[in-house]
Design a protein. Structure first.
Length: 95
């Protein structure tokens, strides 16, 4: 379901995880799809996100900002409820 990158193991205050396609509710080829812009059923995406966040111990009341990743030099400062952003990287001062 997820991979925890070793580079972050010395930083227990950070939650870092990469999702895989395994153990999702979406049919093939989506699996554990977390994106609403690839043709998957939005209800499945919502459930996949819930499962993924639960597995990596993200609180259910957490605020989320989603990213439609592009390949560029763009970095966006996230300060709150921006919604869906199209950037290469996101940076936030918020815990």
């Amino acid at each position: 379901m997820y991979i925890r990158p070793d580079i972050f193991k010395n930083f227990p205050e950070l939650i870092a995880a990469q999702s895989t396609r395994e153990h999702g509710v979406s049919p093939y080829p989506y699996g554990l799809n977390l994106s609403n812009h690839v043709g998957d059923d939005p209800a499945n995406v919502t459930e996949n996100r819930r499962l993924f966040y639960e597995r990596i111990d993200i609180p259910t009341d957490a605020r989320f900002v989603y990213q439609n990743q592009i390949h560029s030099a763009n970095v966006n400062l996230v300060l709150g409820d921006e919604g869906i952003l199209k950037e290469t990287d996101l940076l936030t001062p918020e815990p």
